[in-house]
Ligand binder design. Structure first.
Ligand SMILES: [Zn+2]
Length: 286
């Protein structure tokens, strides 16, 4: 098994009551770290990138590297567009060879989000690509005095979620349930009551964004309630940059880039392993 769609990954995860860890990436060392960690833990994994990260790496180069590293490994790997901003970007990703795209129309009125997501789903399914949608606004943790989780702003509405899934045909979706991107100012309080209601009404696998900083017990509880994909981005970048800074400071004048990057890569691999275990996906490769 090597490159698969997120629908395949998430349906398997939901049935098995675990989640697949999805890591944002934008360079070779990141991708190596993620795939090596997943291989060593015999875990399925998702390598994902936002549009800016894809532009930075070149979309064809990105998928070629992921495929080259994953295809010789006995683990299933998804290649996913994170927070796709438009139909056009989704279509470009089909050509690059992504197996899954997110279309994020959460900032639009519901009618427009449904119409655009449906259009992406029709094109994606014709190409054998799966689609993640978003309902509610998953903001930045640094917004607001104590983060967005302390007011009800942007929380997903179960009625809207039910309608969204029915009318768009998405394979999975991210619902805002008190989570946010970036570093939380205080421990987030996930709205498990909302998660339960959304899961009951929608039944497709759910995606949790902003995994960095959510306590492990809460992640595990969310997984048992239907969350099948968890996004981690900040924790990897933070670990990489801190390690790289230490290495640069302790090796002044070093000109071998491999020597400088290897400790950062090893750190990212270690962080990826911790988060794969939190998702309870270790040993779940199929
Ligand atoms: Zn996100």
């Amino acid at each position: 098994m090597s490159i698969v769609t997120n629908k395949q990954l998430l349906d398997h995860a939901k049935a098995g009551k675990y989640a697949v860890a999805a890591f944002n990436t934008n360079n070779l060392e990141y991708i190596q770290a993620i795939i090596e960690a997943a291989k060593e833990l015999n875990a399925p994994v998702i390598v994902e990138a936002a549009q800016s990260e894809i532009d930075y790496m070149d979309g064809y180069a990105f998928t070629a590297i992921v495929r080259a590293l994953a295809e010789r490994k006995p683990i299933p790997v998804g290649i996913h567009l994170d927070h796709g901003p438009s139909y056009e970007e989704a279509v470009r990703c089909f050509r690059y060879g992504f197996t899954s795209v997110m279309y994020d129309g959460s900032a639009l009125p519901l009618e427009d989000n449904i119409a655009n997501t449906k259009k992406v789903v029709e094109a994606a399914h014709a190409c054998g690509v799966s689609v993640e949608g978003e309902i509610g606004v998953i903001g930045q943790a640094e917004d607001g005095p104590e983060g967005p989780q302390n007011d009800n702003f942007g929380l997903a509405d179960p009625d809207e979620c039910e309608r969204f899934v029915k009318e768009t045909g998405v394979d999975c979706f991210a619902a805002a349930i008190g989570n946010a991107h970036g570093l939380y100012k205080k421990e987030p309080e996930l709205r498990f009551d909302l998660l339960a209601e959304v899961e009951k009404r929608c039944q497709v696998p759910l995606v949790l964004h902003g995994g960095t900083g959510i306590p492990e017990a809460d992640l595990r509880k969310a997984i048992t309630m239907g969350v099948s994909k968890i996004n981690f981005s900040t924790v990897m970048r933070k670990g990489c940059i801190e390690t790289l800074t230490e290495t640069l400071n302790s090796n002044p004048g070093e000109l071998d880039l491999m020597k400088l990057l290897t400790p950062a890569k090893d750190k990212m691999k270690e962080i990826a392993k911790v988060h794969i275990r939190m998702c309870m996906s270790d040993g779940k490769a199929w």
